[in-house]
Ligand binder design. Structure first.
Ligand SMILES: NC(=O)c1cnc(OC2CCCC2)nc1N
Length: 326
């Protein structure tokens, strides 16, 4: 029996690592064929020894149960929204307010893509994924844990057993998956999704997680909401730490001082748009240092230490999309 337990635990660890390499690092080290064979072996062993089938085993991503509805989740830390700016003048005004509140001209900003998806909260206890929820109104969201477990770039087990961690990320559907999904729906006469964001929202709100599992959703994590067992003092450090835990974090971890440099980065991100495999609708500019964020504080709904520079809506040349928009 002991050897069976060892074989199961070793397979769980190996398949967790292979899943991480494929879905988070996008650099697999074994073939799909080998991965599938190992997964079939683990499923077989766990069926024979259910006492070793742990909730965070790689075989446990798709639940069997059909939900009646979604229970509510009260967010301990509000999931704030961002103020939007649409011009360089408005961006400069944001910076002016930040610098005068801080009484300094040295404000390091993090600038990152604004993923056009759904904001979600992920909670981990002792390093294990225990709950996932939608943003809702920022205070109360819906429990979509079973559906988020099917997103392969969401770790079920962290590389450190932190007592508690809550992170925030944006779930999205890659554009190719969106086009394929609409082609499938068109072929069976179902209504099409208007855009990848709506398709991701519809996929996360399924009562049957087996349907969610087929939608090829992905996620970028970009904020620590709450953490026990680790001190963090700035945004970039927190993102690098989340990456070390096994999360797929928002790309581009650079700091900029001075709004000309920030503006150039926003332009660079805007030029990236056409070649990204997913939709972005802007860039997010955040004060990097948490002590400076503390001084700036938050308003009812939005932080004073961040803003979103919005890009104009993209015109996508695609027949399916035109049908969807009719
Ligand atoms: N859609 C995004 O990519 C995105 C959204 N929000 C944030 O930051 C919020 C979180 C905490 C206050 C600012 N960053 C992002 N990259």
């Amino acid at each position: 029996m002991d050897t069976q337990k060892q074989e199961i635990e070793q397979l769980q660890q190996r398949l967790t690592q292979y899943n991480y390499e494929y879905h988070v690092l996008d650099s697999p080290t074994i073939s799909d064929f080998e991965y599938d064979a190992l997964m079939r072996r683990l499923i077989e062993l766990e069926e024979a020894h259910p006492e070793f089938k742990t909730a965070d085993s790689p075989t446990q991503r798709v639940g069997g149960q059909l939900l009646e509805g979604f229970t509510e989740v009260a967010h301990t830390v509000q999931m704030q929204s961002l103020t939007d700016v649409f011009s360089k003048e408005e961006l400069l005004a944001f910076d002016e307010r930040v610098r005068s509140s801080l009484g300094t001209d040295t404000v390091p900003y993090a600038v990152e893509m604004k993923i056009d998806g759904l904001s979600v909260s992920l909670e981990y206890e002792n390093g294990r994924f225990v709950r996932g929820s939608t943003r809702g109104n920022g205070y109360v969201g819906e429990d979509i844990t079973a559906n988020l477990r099917t997103v392969k770039s969401i770790p079920l087990r962290l590389k450190e057993n932190l007592p508690y961690l809550e992170v925030r990320g944006e779930v999205f559907m890659p554009r190719q998956s969106f086009i394929r999904l609409n082609e499938q729906r068109e072929s069976i006469g179902e209504a099409l999704f208007a855009n990848p964001r709506n398709a991701a929202a519809g996929s996360l709100r399924q009562l049957d997680s087996r349907i969610t599992a087929q939608r090829n959703l992905d996620i970028y994590v970009f904020n620590v909401q709450q953490i026990e067992g680790k001190d963090l003092s700035e945004h970039i450090e927190s993102i690098e730490y989340l990456a070390s835990l096994g999360f797929k974090t928002i790309p581009e971890k650079k700091i900029f001082i001075g709004m000309e440099n920030v503006w150039n980065e926003i332009q660079r991100i805007s030029e990236l748009r056409g070649e990204l495999p997913f939709d972005i609708d802007g860039a997010v500019i955040k004060v990097n240092r948490f002590d400076q964020r503390q001084v700036l504080g938050v308003t009812i709904k939005t932080p004073r230490w961040a803003t979103a520079f919005k890009f104009p809506a993209e015109r996508r040349e695609s027949k399916l999309l035109d049908i969807a928009l009719q």
